[in-house]
Design a protein. Structure first.
Lengths: 343, 258
């Protein structure tokens, strides 16, 4: 079939593009390092300046790997949500997972002054924030699972997620009212997203979480394809709907929860990337969409990160601002242009 | 003739916390292979409840429905999917599925964990496309075709599922006269050529009388199953609507309005 050939070429191009972007991402930054030196440090050799090697191994490489993990994880969780909820506007943030993480972090950062000092020092460490964020998104996950057992209607779960989002932002609003300027600044920085602060240990933990999520998603490909016909047809095809839905929700939660915990809530990637994949590959078959979304997600996140570094300038833009500036118009454009094929 | 689906003293209805609502009692239906069977009844009489019960979505109040001699409720989801396929009235969610891909989803009960189509699966899909005469649409997106064509695609999907029994919920709604007739004829052809049993609910009673092998008439009092000509001579159609202005003309075989 001709479109199979087309897909093979597209996948090849995407993979090459991703490798290229990965190296470009590492070579960009406020300090210019020659390409040859980057290659030497990455392959284990000695760069001519030890600071260059240090920057690459301990700063740029972890950041690029984080970008790849974040892009893959968020995009796949968006793809799962959009098919499960039969809604082109679904994404990890819509389920309320990001809001849950935000609430956890807001509680820790903004109410730290109310707690005894030794507790607040522990809580305000980076581990405390990661823990709070994970707890927050897990709490929402449990709530969503509880609701999904009660409600047969998937649209209702979506609305519950949205309501939870509003509820959380209200609570965060109340908390900011009682907190100091310094605390507020800290929370704002977290909520703007940051790919760059992860230690190798954190990256390892994040990789395991994202790995589990992506692995579970591969096993959901067949169920997702059945769900393209809607719940009732999917059941008539022998799908154990409750079990499939549980696996999909769990995969989304572990992806979105762990990523938000480490890098903050990153907007629009989960929503926009699956649509771009659907537009390029012109299919709804998840065995194609899965891999294309995976590769595109990583590539787009690397591009966004490269833009946020503002090559040649001293300043760095918050990653969330970059993804929103590019993501929001793309979604609007997609909605206007291709209404029928969204999904 | 082999029985595909039988019910013994089946009672259908709903159980709420306080009371039990019985819609129909003591149903003894018998669906045989190679037969096209129409289910008719006024709106709200419980056709959907009956279909839901015999497809295993809803539990019966009393009695049982047997598919190939085995209780419907004791089927595993996958096993049931290999014995019973359905065509629903609900709209498909938006997607990029092509006609071929949509029909191929009917092979899911037989494919491996990731859904790869084998050569055998592809052949079954192509046969289903040919039987429903939509091979030329195979590469079209499912939203690019007309309602009548889409209905055929959904039937082809059920055929690809390769089950002895296909149940369709009001397949002729939204279609004009020409396409209604074409669809009825297609269903008739399929039962005779493939030996499957096809049960469908419909409001197009005149056409069902002319084209189906048997009919099941649901009224508040009884549920009867027989051949259309026997039902006419028994006067069963007059019990269908409780309205003095609607009368069934047994000579013309259709309803008249007074």
């Amino acid at each position: 079939m001709p479109h199979q050939k087309r897909n093979t070429i597209l996948f090849l191009l995407l993979t090459l593009g991703l490798i290229f972007l990965f190296f470009v991402n590492i070579s960009l930054g406020s300090i210019t390092i020659p390409f040859k030196e980057i290659y030497t440090s990455l392959t284990g050799g000695q760069a001519s300046k030890s600071t260059w090697e240090y920057i690459i191994i301990n700063y740029r490489l972890p950041k690029a790997i984080t970008a790849v993990l974040v892009g893959m994880g968020l995009s796949i969780s968006g793809l799962l949500m959009q098919t499960l909820f039969r809604n082109p506007l679904a994404g990890p943030d819509v389920l309320g997972l990001s809001s849950g993480a935000s609430l956890g972090v807001a509680f820790v950062i903004l109410s730290a002054s109310l707690l005894p000092s030794f507790l607040s020092t522990i809580l305000l460490s980076s581990y405390g924030i990661v823990l709070a964020s994970t707890l927050g998104s897990t709490a929402v996950l449990l709530l969503v699972l509880l609701v999904s057992q009660r409600l047969r209607d998937t649209m209702a779960i979506l609305i519950v997620g949205l309501m939870f989002g509003s509820f959380t932002s209200a609570i965060v609003g109340v908390l900011t009212y009682f907190s100091s300027a310094e605390q507020l600044q800290k929370f704002t920085f977290w909520s703007l997203g940051n790919l760059g602060n992860l230690s190798w240990t954190s990256i390892l933990i994040l990789s395991v979480c994202v790995g589990i999520g992506l692995f579970l998603s591969i096993f959901s490909i067949k169920s997702l394809n059945a769900l393209l016909l809607g719940e009732n047809y999917a059941r008539s095809l022998g799908l154990n709907f409750k079990k499939a839905r549980l696996i999909i929700i769990f995969a989304t939660s572990i992806l979105a929860g762990s990523i938000t915990a480490y890098v903050g809530p990153i907007a629009f990637v989960g929503l926009a990337v699956p649509h771009i994949a659907k537009l390029i590959f012109k299919t709804s078959d998840h065995s194609v969409l899965y891999w294309s979304t995976l590769l595109l997600g990583a590539a787009i996140m690397l591009i966004c990160d490269a833009i946020s570094q503002m090559p040649g300038m001293e300043i760095t833009l918050p990653i969330n601002a970059v993804t929103s500036i590019f993501g929001a118009p793309i979604v609007v454009w997609l909605l206007v242009r291709k209404r029928k094929m969204m999904g | 003739m082999n029985n595909i689906l039988t019910t013994s003293n089946l009672s259908i209805g709903y159980k709420t916390k306080k009371s039990t609502v019985t819609i129909a009692e003591n149903l003894n239906l018998n669906l045989q292979e190679g037969k096209l069977i129409a289910l008719i009844g006024a709106n709200g009489i419980g056709k959907s409840t009956l279909l839901r019960t015999i497809t295993g979505i809803q539990k019966p109040l009393h009695g049982d429905a047997f598919l190939n001699g085995k209780k419907i409720s004791s089927y595993e989801p996958l096993e049931l999917a290999q014995n019973l396929s359905i065509v629903l009235t609900e709209k498909l969610p938006p997607s990029n599925l092509t006609v071929f891909e949509l029909v191929a989803l009917g092979r899911q009960p037989y494919t491996n964990w990731i859904g790869t189509l084998s050569a055998d699966d592809i052949e079954k899909v192509n046969i289903a496309l040919e039987l429903t005469q939509i091979s030329h649409l195979a590469t079209k997106k499912h939203y690019e075709i007309s309602d009548g064509q889409l209905q055929k695609v959904l039937i082809a999907r059920a055929l690809a599922q390769d089950t002895p029994l296909i149940i369709l919920d009001e397949p002729t709604t939204h279609l004009d006269l020409l396409h209604k007739v074409a669809l009825f004829k297609l269903l008739k052809k399929l039962t005779h050529e493939t030996g499957k049993c096809i049960l469908f609910s419909t409001h197009d009673i005149d056409m069902a009388i002319q084209l189906s092998d048997e009919m099941i008439i649901m009224t508040p009092e009884t549920v009867v199953q027989d051949e259309p000509c026997n039902l006419i001579s028994k006067g069963s159609f007059n019990t269908l609507f409780k309205d003095e202005h609607i009368v069934f003309d047994s000579e013309k075989g259709k309803f008249l309005i007074r």
